[in-house]
Write a protein that binds this ligand. Structure first.
Ligand code: BES
Ligand code: MN
Ligand code: ZN
Length: 500
């Protein structure tokens, strides 16, 4: 747990550690106070340890204050160019401070908040980021560890220090950021949860429980209702499982009647074994995370409602488990979706598009939105194309792509466009149904052909498809993510909707 405290006095805190961010090739003058108070030989120490403030560098010194051990943490921000992107260097530097504080079991950590102008940000926004990233850096999934000693959990009192004139704005930013950070971590928690503990009913019950905490209206359709509505995709994918599917619809209403309407759709496969087209063992290892899209949409809805955004947003999450069994959908079967179209299932492992087909059709029919954005761990092809740092963005609507690219720069959750030219469209033709659930091999481009499958279900509603297969889980080297789930997309979509 992190408890946030604000103060206008940095060095007067009775803290266990003091953290200072410095730009590359900083002037020593800015550290003279801390040197005088805690470490007279600081100049020599920095020199001897060759600490110049380079990005990703840090220096931890120990000293004593009234015979109490204290740590001085210096973190390099690298060269700051006053462009938006560099906020990311702050996020990563802050993450390493929190990680250091955790490993030294520091209870009271005072940080001198850098000048937000350096990062082209307002104080409130900057403080919000500080709270979000602190919480993300501290997150760890240890519900199933029984050795209390091995749990990394630490309680940190984080004292954020700045000029007196900034304190009110900092408090405001932290309050919002704290909530966002908790929602992001909750989404990660669900992604990290073992699959036996998060089958569709459990995730649907969680979504329903948000009604108590927010102004969201949450509707859960059970498996009978799903079948009755003619959602053959959701029904067909979950048929092999002992668990029953659910479809969750979360609605946030804007105060303003004329506000725009956006639907968010999130793939919620609580475990993807591949079905009868069974995955090899190693490919199955992380498939508990195949509900990341649903977790992202649920967390985003929670935040949108709390922030009372002046835009109508509807979150839709189809929840299934993809398992092989005597009752499973077979390769060769044909499924009929909510909008009446049919698809030949040649590979039961291409299941995400089958459940999204029903969810997208539902969005179009019931909401006629101004835009639909879907989040899905959809294809291995996308994760190989872009790796863990960019998600695939596919749309025919440049204005929507621009909104997300802007948000991507401010949040550090990066997106990269893949082409949606109609040349790829024929890849999903079928001889015996309207379309086929896998792309014809001659077209390769698996991420794009999957998007063309989905396009059949959005009619003419402006639509963006985000393939988060590569970014949702196990991203290396970014200190605020740790090892497991990232909840990639929550911060991105919230930022995009704030500025919509
Ligand atoms: N959930 C997977 C995609 C995935 C792969 C996500 C790796 C994260 C990491 C998806 O359901 C899937 O199995 N896709 C197949 C599609 C293929 C059968 C057309 C794939 O990408 O191999
Ligand atoms: Mn699959
Ligand atoms: Zn899947």
């Amino acid at each position: 747990m992190i408890k946030f405290i604000t103060s206008d006095k940095f060095l007067d805190q009775a803290a266990n550690a003091y953290a200072v961010f410095v730009e590359q090739d900083f002037k020593f003058d800015q550290l003279s106070e801390i040197s005088k108070k805690f470490f007279p030989a600081l100049k020599d120490a920095l020199k001897q340890r060759e600490f110049t403030g380079k990005a990703h560098s840090n220096l931890v010194l120990t000293s004593a204050d009234d015979s109490k051990l204290i740590y001085l943490i210096f973190i390099g921000l690298g060269k700051v160019n006053k462009t938006m992107c560099d906020l990311e260097s702050y996020r990563r530097a802050l993450a390493s401070v929190i990680r250091i504080a955790q490993s030294y079991k520091i209870e009271k950590l005072a940080i001198q908040l850098p000048d937000s102008k350096l990062f082209n940000a307002e104080v409130e926004e900057f403080s919000k980021e500080t709270a979000v990233i602190s919480l993300m850096s501290e997150y760890d999934f240890d519900d199933f560890k029984t050795d209390e000693e091995k749990k990394k959990k630490s309680d940190i009192n984080l004292i954020i220090c700045s000029d007196k004139k900034n304190i009110a704005q900092i408090k405001k930013g932290i309050e919002i950021g704290e909530f966002i950070g908790q929602c992001v971590n909750k989404a990660r928690y669900w992604c990290d949860m073992p699959p036996a503990h998060k089958y569709p009913k459990i995730l649907a019950d969680y979504a329903k429980s948000l009604e108590k905490e927010t102004d969201l209206k949450v509707t859960v359709f059970d498996s009978e209702q799903i079948s009755k509505m003619g959602m053959g995709g959701i029904e067909g994918v979950c048929k092999g499982s002992e668990q029953k599917p659910r479809l969750v619809v979360m609605e946030h209403k804007a105060a303003n009647k004329n506000a725009k309407k956006v639907v968010l759709v999130g793939k919620g496969v609580t475990f993807d074994s591949g079905g009868l087209s069974l995955k090899p063992a190693n490919a199955m290892e992380t498939m508990k995370d195949d509900m990341a899209g649903a977790a992202v949409v649920t967390a985003a809805m929670r935040i949108i409602s709390k922030l009372k955004l002046n835009i109508n947003v509807i979150g839709i999450t189809p929840l299934v488990e993809n398992m092989p069994s005597g009752s499973a959908t077979r390769p060769g079967d044909i499924l009929k979706f909510y909008n009446g179209k049919t698809a030949e299932v040649k590979n039961t492992d291409a299941e995400g598009r089958l459940i999204l087909a029903d969810a997208l059709s539902y969005a179009v029919k019931h909401y006629k939105p101004d835009a639909i954005i879907d989040f899905a761990t959809l294809t291995g092809a996308c994760s190989y194309a872009l790796g863990p740092f960019y998600c695939g963005l596919m749309t025919k609507h440049d204005d929507l792509a621009e909104k997300l690219k802007r948000a991507s720069l401010t949040t550090g959750e990066r997106v990269w466009s893949l082409p949606l030219d109609d040349d790829y469209k024929k890849a999903v033709r079928s001889e015996i149904a309207d379309i086929c659930n896998i792309g014809n091999e001659r077209y390769r481009a698996g991420a794009i052909t999957a998007a063309f499958f989905l396009q059949n279900f959005v009619d003419d509603v402006p639509w963006v498809h985000l393939d988060i297969a590569g970014t949702a889980y196990g991203v290396p080297d970014i200190a605020y993510y740790r090892n497991g789930a990232t909840a990639f997309g929550v911060r991105l979509i919230v930022d995009a909707l704030i500025c919509w």
